[in-house]
Write a protein that binds this ligand. Structure first.
Ligand SMILES: NC(=O)C1=CN([C@@H]2O[C@H](COP(=O)(O)OP(=O)(O)OC[C@H]3O[C@@H](n4cnc5c(N)ncnc54)[C@H](OP(=O)(O)O)[C@@H]3O)[C@@H](O)[C@H]2O)C=CC1
Ligand SMILES: O=C(O)CCC(=O)C(=O)O
Length: 448
């Protein structure tokens, strides 16, 4: 009966969104775990709550016209998906990448609803961005694009309505330009964006939070098996914000980081990427905006593997921190064959359904991004609180709160995900725990 209900639900979702593969993938994963729970719990039954949750409350799409350094005019498409505001203002990042489209942003916004619910903070879910490609653009071009983007977005957001932040291609530089234009048009200095600079309303630890949080979560999972990061070989993909700070925290906890990557390929450093080498990567990526292949010019003992992903390198722990569907079923089999015992997603939906199936079948520790990478948005929530209170917490205070929230999320996953044989299905746990809070709020607020 559950199978039939899942099929009937997905048929309806596909009929309406069939041309959006990433969105369908994200919804399918939730449906498979949440519908059986709904069936067993009378209060949610017959209310079509999940069907309401898969339809964005609002989907905004707009033209972004901007002028490059040569005076040529370009047109990109901007979006903001306001997915669900049952438990708080819409909250979620902005992505600037040529692959951005409605399907990608809807999957991200949908996952964000569950993730934000898990953080224990009052944040609804949203996501936005543009198909603009920041690669190879000058700082002036980035500024003109961000300003043009915000001239439209500013109508739809606000500190109590919708609070965007960064994601792929949107970091501190872009948040600065976006904030500047919002402030100019609206003539108000408010916490309308998170990930702001420290001198203008930002929070300590926000840059580190997603990567640190992912490792805190992985550490909690390892502890359930009596293990820690000490002496573990760790394979990380990506070399952006999440990957950099995941690597930093792994080093602090005594692990050895063997790989980093970008869309060109991965580097493998058998000696380990230590603090000094990581500082080189941070400068290369954040300031020089270079390619990860340049690592082997500086450290010739390392190797570069063009067009490949790091999952072929033997490790104890894998942290996919780049992008969606970057780790497939074959990669998962390879990781398992090589002795991997834990995978924690720093990116959003980096593992394909086949990969997740393989991890579950092997009963290794597997954390879905909506649980393990929630530290970023949680610390954005802490930035919002500090903005409202007009105070700044210390680094230690924010880090302690982040650790506490990641621990709470881990406990929620265990509470809803532990199976009869003792194995914790963190996907099921995260989906149900995230669902319950939002669904209860939707029930209380009636059919709207
Ligand atoms: N920033 C945050 O706070 C949060 C981010 N996330 C998720 O973490 C992931 C990484 O985000 P973040 O680090 O902020 O982004 P960045 O833009 O800082 O870095 C992205 C990294 O991923 C690589 N990458 C992007 N697209 C691809 C691709 N198609 N194939 C291979 N590599 C790719 C980039 O390589 P290249 O430079 O070559 O494009 C880069 O190394 C995303 O899934 C994001 O949604 C989740 C929660 C919060
Ligand atoms: O901090 C935020 O609001 C955005 C974080 C985000 O986009 C994510 O969790 O995927």
């Amino acid at each position: 009966m559950e199978e039939q209900k899942i099929k009937a639900f997905m048929d309806e979702v596909i009929a309406r969104n069939g041309h959006e593969p990433e969105f369908i993938q994200a919804v399918q994963e939730v449906a498979e775990t949440v519908i059986p729970y709904i069936v067993q719990h009378d209060i949610y039954h017959g209310k079509n709550i999940l069907l309401r949750m898969v339809e964005p409350e609002r989907l905004i799409s707009f033209r972004v016209a901007w002028v490059d350094d040569n005076g040529e005019i370009h047109v990109n498409r901007g979006y903001r998906i306001q997915m669900n505001s049952a438990i708080g203002p819409y909250k979620g990042g902005l992505r600037f990448h040529p692959t951005v489209n409605a399907s990608v942003l809807k999957f991200l916004a949908f996952e964000q609803v569950f993730k934000n619910s898990l953080t224990t903070l009052p944040m609804g879910g949203g996501k936005g961005g543009s198909d603009f490609d920041p690669k190879g653009k000058s700082d002036d071009e980035i500024m003109r694009f961000c300003h043009a983007f915000m001239t439209e977005l500013c109508r739809h957001i606000g500190p109590n309505t919708d609070v965007p932040a960064g994601d792929i291609g949107v970091g501190a530089r872009e948040i600065g330009f976006l904030f500047g234009m919002y402030k100019k048009i609206r003539n108000e200095f408010t916490g309308v964006l998170t990930g702001k600079g420290l001198s203008w309303g930002g929070s300590l630890i926000r840059p580190e939070a997603t990567g640190y949080g992912t490792v805190y979560f992985a550490d909690s999972m390892l502890k359930t098996k009596g293990e820690t990061f000490e002496g573990k070989d760790v394979v990380i993909s990506g070399s952006g914000n999440v990957a950099q700070y995941a690597a930093e925290k792994v080093l602090q906890l005594g692990g050895k980081v063997l790989t980093l990557s970008d869309s060109g390929g991965y580097i493998h450093d058998k000696d380990g990427i230590d603090t000094e080498k990581l500082a080189f990567v941070m400068d290369l990526k954040n300031n020089k905006r270079g390619r990860i292949s340049e690592y082997v010019e500086k450290y010739p003992n390392a190797s570069y593997h063009a067009g490949k992903t790091p999952w072929e390198v033997a490790c104890h722990v894998a942290l996919p921190c780049a992008t969606q569907n970057e780790l497939n079923g074959e990669d998962a089999k390879l990781l398992l064959k090589n002795g991997c015992i834990a995978v924690a997603e720093g990116a959003n939906m980096p593992s394909t359904p086949e990969a997740i199936h393989a991890f579950h079948e092997a009963k290794i520790l597997f954390a879905p991004g909506k649980a393990s990478n929630a530290g970023g948005v949680a610390t954005s929530g802490l930035e919002m609180s500090q903005n409202s209170l007009r105070i700044s917490w210390t680094r230690e205070e924010v880090d302690e709160r982040l650790k506490g929230i990641m621990n709470d999320i881990h406990n929620s996953c265990i509470a809803y995900g532990k199976e009869e044989d003792g194995y914790c299905n963190y996907v099921k746990g995260a989906n149900i725990a995230g669902f319950v809070k939002v669904a209860d709020a939707m029930l209380a607020q009636g059919v709207i």
